[in-house]
Structure formats: structure tokens, C-alpha cells
Design a protein around this ligand. Structure first.
Ligand code: AGP
Length: 615
């Protein structure tokens, strides 16, 4: 998904924009560009490739400019190329865009029939062309811009400027995230917070249908279509929500690690602790703070959770935990499926969305569908002020800090932490957990940061295993019960980081098909903690071995697997319902080390984006 940056103030704009783009690299991109406007006109530099390639085409010395736009492109319409890179311009108007203009073909045909010549294959280019069309009809630039935006259908976050309005920068949000940074006499805007964290911690999260006009010392906010607008002279002006982000720029840096993904894997003891800290000693109090009353809870017949990718796997763990501890049925769905089917949601039920970014299009749509049906919507989200957090009835924040690596790791264990807190709280409120049981679980949860730390101690062993699978073309991941979602998550991690095909499967389901895949040497990772399912899972290991498969066991009981598994990765023992915390760690490390051994771009894996803000 694309990244947008904009700057207006007293600094030289291009270095600030380039710095902002570098901090958005984690979003995944295939080309990049910057543009400036100064008293002498405008300049645009753009190229396919990386930020360093863009740096290489900038003139020396850099043109002096106090305002500009920047963009990293993740191609949706038009192949990655220099001509399709943003910014796009026409008639002295420059635009950068994140999202999809769904009616661009129709607009483009009409503009071409009126003689407009297009320089790219992108949907974005219709925007400056449309503005230029209205200017040709006699509208001044700003009126033409507002009018043109009304013609657009789809999702867009836009940065707009023109040599007809030097000293003014425009930020527009409709369906794709955009945050405005308030500095000292200067303004920034970006698709995500890390871009400008070194410059300011004060941000406004724009809402759909809003436009900011940013000029030196003044930010004017307006709703598109009603013109005029309310001048916002100071961030604290009434009716205006400025969020102070408590992240530091360093938190968004690698801090000595070679990759964000590795740093984030090793941050998990801390982020699990941070996520539980506020409510671990009073889970029922957390429900009150979320606006969830005993009467609401007693009225619920089932819970609904929707999410995507890794967040979906966290939701599955949450299902097992909530059903085990609170005895209330939990329906878990992939958000892109949930949003398009006939959702049978009872009025006043609880709908939970789980989303690290708070901007995933399918998850937001699912949340909106559930709200339409009258459900109470709670989002488990990692980004303060994100769309999910602003639209839900209530937010339970994970405290994982900025997750830069495209592969979600620390957010996953933070999501599980929040779900366990919820499970204990609901179990207590529903009288399913007596105080002693709740205290035992809370005591075990409090140990989790230490146990995750111990699980990280398997890294050297995992690296050895990674060397043995680096040339594999396919793998199976098996697990049972609450560790079945961990098998799914381990397989997803391996796929998205090493590009090796991997499939997660319930171990008990092997005989219903996948066992046909077992052949000599096929690596099969089996998550097999001691507990009620240990023997059953051991028999699955035997089935794999009998057909020549190579078993890599993740277990807290290595002695019982001697002579049974080919490789054993040991994790610390813990309460069975909490075992996903320790079992997922070696699987994250396995994906990371295998990706590095295969010389992949581990933080920005091919084809992937950090947050899928388009369908
Ligand atoms: C996880 O490693 C993936 N990058 C991806 O599946 C991700 O979990 C999914 O896109 C959901 O993102 P969200 O949590 O921000 O909604």
C-alpha cells in the first residue's frame, strides 16, 4: 500500500520529505517520488525502485523549497515504472495518492475525449487532470480542486499542491489513512505516524471527507463539499482532537538489530508486559472501562470476532481461550468473508475486530457491518487514533508500540494478551471462573513475559533448523486445540518471509487428506505441548515418520520425543491454555532465520504491505 508525505514550514522541504519516505519504507513499495513548489515554480523527481534510487536522481545542490509532497508507490493500477511513479501532475497541479479511484476509467475517457493527454497508466493521474479541466473552464485552482474531488469515487488519501497556490498544501482523506503532524510553525502529513515522529508527537487523525489547508502558521479544516471551513489556528482549538503519541522515534528505529522483524520478535517480553500492565490486576475493571456492563454480558448469547491474517489467528486463539474460560460461544471469521455474507448477528451482541494497524479495509468494513446490525463493537487495536479505534464503540489498545516489520510478531502476542485478559474478565463476570481460578490464571499470565524470554532462548537451535529447511519447497505445520491457530500462524510467517509454501493444519485432520503429501524428507513442524492432547499429537508424529516425513517438534517435553521427532525445539512449560505464547516464538524465529538465509528482504517481503488499506 502506498505511502504519502507532505511538508510545509521553514525547513528545506526535500530532505524532510526524503526522511519521511525512508520511515515509511516498511509499508512496501516499488517506486518513489518527491515534488516541490517554490517561488520559481515546481519540480518533480520520481523513479521506479528504492528510495536510494530516488536520492540518486535528485539535483545537487537540492532546490530550495519550503513545501512539497512525497510518495512511495505500491502498484495497483499500472505496472511499476518511472512514468507510473507518483507524484502526478497536470496544468501546474501536483498530486500524490494512496488508495483506488474506482471510477477512474470513466473519468479518464471523458478527459481524453476533451483532449487531455495522459502520461501514465495510473488511476491517480485523473486527479490533477480533472482539476486542470475545471481550471480550464475558468475556476480558480482551489475551487477547481474542491470540485474535482467531488467527482472521485473510491478510497483516497491525497496530497495536493499547485504553483497557482504557492504557500498552501492540501491534505484530503477519504477511506485511506492520513495523519497531520503539528510542529512549531510547520505542518506535516503522512500515511502513518512513524514518518514524522522525529519532528513532532502531536498528530490529528483525519476523518473521511475532510480536507486540511496547510499554510505557514495556519491549518484550516473543512468538510469537502461545504467549502469555507473552520480556520483552526491552534491545535487545541475546540472541536479539534490532537493526539499526543507516546512513541519515540527510536521505537520506530532498529536499535542495533539488523531487521525490524528481529527487533520486534525480541521486544515481545516487554510488549506482552505493557499490554497486560494496566488491567492484569483487575480484568473486570477493564470491562467497565470499556463500557461493558454486567447486564450487557448476561444478554450476550455469543461473541463475534473478525480479522485478517495474523490478527485472524490471534482471534482463533481468543476463541479457544474465551470458550474455555468464559463458556460463551465465539464465532471467528476472516473479515473479507464476514463482510460479504448474510451476517447473523443478534442485536446487542458483542462484535470484536482485531487489527494491528486499525486501517485494514476488510476489517473496517466488517466492523461497520456489525455496527449496522446493532452489535456493540470493540476493537483490539495497536494504533491510537486509527480508523478502527475511532469508529468502534470501544477500544482495547494493545501496547506493542510501532510494528514496522511487515510480518506481524509482537502485535500477535499483544493481541493474545488482550484476549486472555478479556477471557478472564468475561469468565469472572459470568461466574464461570471462581476467584481462585482467576487468580491462578492471572498469576500464570504475569509470568508470561519471562516465559516468552525463555522461549526466545531457543533462537540458536532454531537457526540450525532453519539451515536444514532453507532449500525446502513445501512444509506442513500441525497443531491441536488452542495450538492449531499457532500452526496456522507459523505457516503464514514462513510463507510471507521465506516464500516457501507452508500449510497449517489441525493435526487430527491429517488422515483426511494432507497425509497424502507426506513423502521422504518433507519437513513437518508439530506443535506438541505436554497436556491432554499430547498422546494424540504423538500418534500424528508417528504417522508422519512412518511415511518418511521429517518431524520438527516444538515442545516443553523434549524427553518424551527422543527417538520420535527428528528435531526438537524446546520451550518452557506453562498453563495449557497459555501455551500459544511460548509455542509461537520459535515459529516466528524459524521464519525470520529462514528468510535471512534465503537472502529475502525480511522487513519488506515481496508483494506484501504492512497494512492492506484497499480491498
Ligand atoms: C501478518 O504477518 C501479515 N502481515 C498480515 O496477515 C496482517 O496480519 C493482516 O494484514 C492484518 O493486518 P491488521 O492486523 O493491521 O489488520
Amino acid at each position: 500500500m502506498c505511502g504519502i508525505v507532505g511538508y510545509i514550514g521553514d525547513k528545506s522541504a526535500l530532505p524532510v520529505l526524503m526522511d519521511g519516505l525512508k520511515r515509511l519504507e516498511y509499508r512496501g513499495y516499488d517506486s518513489a517520488g518527491v515534488a516541490y513548489v517554490n517561488g520559481g515554480g515546481m519540480g518533480i523527481y520520481k523513479t521506479m525502485g528504492r528510495i536510494r534510487d530516488l536520492q540518486g536522481i535528485l539535483p545537487e545542490p537540492l532546490p530550495e523549497a519550503r513545501m512539497g509532497l512525497g510518495h512511495t508507490r505500491w502498484a495497483t493500477h499500472g505496472a511499476p515504472s518511472d512514468r507510473n511513479a507518483h507524484p502526478h501532475a497536470a496544468g501546474g497541479v501536483v498530486v500524490v495518492h494512496n488508495g483506488i479511484i474506482e471510477n477512474y476509467q470513466q473519468l479518464k475517457s471523458r478527459l481524453q475525449s476533451e483532449g487531455h493527454e495522459f502520461a501514465s497508466d495510473t488511476d491517480t493521474e485523473v486527479i490533477p487532470q480533472l482539476i486542470s479541466r475545471y481550471m480550464k473552464k475558468g475556476m480558480p485552482f482551489e475551487a477547481a480542486m474542491r470540485r474535482a474531488i467531488l467527482d472521485l469515487k473510491g478510497s483516497y488519501a491525497l496530497g495536493i499542491m499547485s504553483d497557482q497556490a504557492p504557500g498552501k498544501l492540501f491534505a484530503v482523506r477519504n477511506g485511506s489513512p492520513l495523519v497531520v503532524g503539528f510542529g512549531e510553525g510547520e505542518f506535516f502529513f503522512a500515511s502513518d505516524i512513524p514518518a514524522f515522529l522525529p519532528y513532532t508527537k502531536k498528530f490529528v487523525f483525519m476523518e473521511d471527507g475532510q480536507m486540511f489547508t496547510l499554510s505557514k502558521g495556519e491549518a484550516r479544516l473543512e468538510l469537502l463539499g461545504n467549502g469555507g471551513g473552520t480556520p483552526v489556528k491552534k491545535p487545541e482549538a475546540p472541536g479539534f482532537k490532537v493526539v499526543e503519541i507516546d512513541w519515540t522515534a527510536e521505537m520506530a528505529e532498529k536499535e542495533g538489530y539488523g531487521h525490524f522483524m528481529e527487533k520486534e520478535i525480541y521486544e515481545q517480553p516487554k510488549t506482552v508486559m505493557e499490554t497486560m500492565r494496566e488491567w492484569i490486576d483487575d480484568p473486570p475493571g477493564m470491562l467497565r472501562a470499556l463500557g461493558i456492563t454486567s447486564r450487557m454480558i448476561l444478554g450476550w448469547r455469543r461473541l463475534h470476532i473478525a480479522a485478517c491474517g495474523t490478527s485472524y489467528h490471534a482471534a482463533l486463539v481468543g476463541k479457544y481461550a474465551i470458550e474455555a474460560l468464559a463458556h460463551i460461544p465465539v464465532d471467528v471469521e476472516i473479515a473479507s468473508e464476514f463482510r460479504y455474507r448474510e451476517q447473523l448477528i443478534e442485536k446487542n451482541s458483542l462484535f470484536i475486530s482485531i487489527t494491528q494497524s486499525g486501517e485494514t479495509a476488510d476489517t473496517l468494513a466488517a466492523q461497520r457491518e456489525a455496527a449496522k446490525k446493532g452489535a456493540f463493537s470493540l476493537t483490539l487495536c495497536n494504533v491510537v487514533g486509527s480508523t478502527a479505534s475511532r469508529e468502534a464503540d470501544s477500544v482495547l489498545y494493545t501496547r506493542a508500540g510501532p510494528e514496522i516489520g511487515v510480518a506481524s510478531t509482537k502485535a500477535f502476542t499483544a493481541q493474545m494478551t488482550a484476549l486472555y485478559l478479556l477471557a478472564v474478565a468475561l469468565g469472572t463476570e459470568r461466574g464461570r471462573l471462581i476467584a481462585a481460578e482467576a487468580q491462578t490464571l492471572i498469576g500464570q499470565l504475569k509470568k508470561m513475559p519471562l516465559l516468552v524470554e525463555k522461549a526466545l532462548g531457543s533462537a540458536r537451535r532454531v537457526e540450525e533448523v532453519a539451515r536444514s529447511i532453507t532449500d525446502s519447497s513445501s512444509m506442513l505445520y500441525l497443531g491441536r486445540g488452542i495450538n492449531y491457530p499457532i500452526a496456522l500462524e507459523g505457516a503464514l510467517k514462513l510463507k510471507e518471509i521465506s516464500y516457501i509454501h507452508a500449510e497449517g493444519y489441525p493435526a487430527g485432520e491429517m488422515k483426511h487428506g494432507p497425509i497424502a503429501l507426506i513423502e521422504k524428507g518433507l519437513p513437518v513442524v508439530v506443535v506438541i505441548p505436554m497436556g491432554s492432547l499430547f498422546e494424540k499429537t504423538l500418534s500424528n508424529i508417528e504417522e508422519v515418520k512412518a511415511r518418511g516425513g521429517r518431524v520438527i517438534a516444538v515442545t516443553d517435553e523434549p524427553a518424551s520425543l527422543r527417538g520420535r521427532a527428528d528435531e526438537t525445539i524446546t520451550v518452557p512449560p506453562t498453563h495449557p491454555v497459555l501455551s500459544p505464547f511460548v509455542n509461537v516464538i520459535p515459529l516466528q524465529l524459524l521464519a525470520f532465520h529462514t528468510g535471512v538465509l534465503r537472502s529475502n528482504d525480511v522487513d519488506k517481503p515481496r508483494n506484501l504491505a504492512k497494512s492492506v488499506t484497499v480491498e
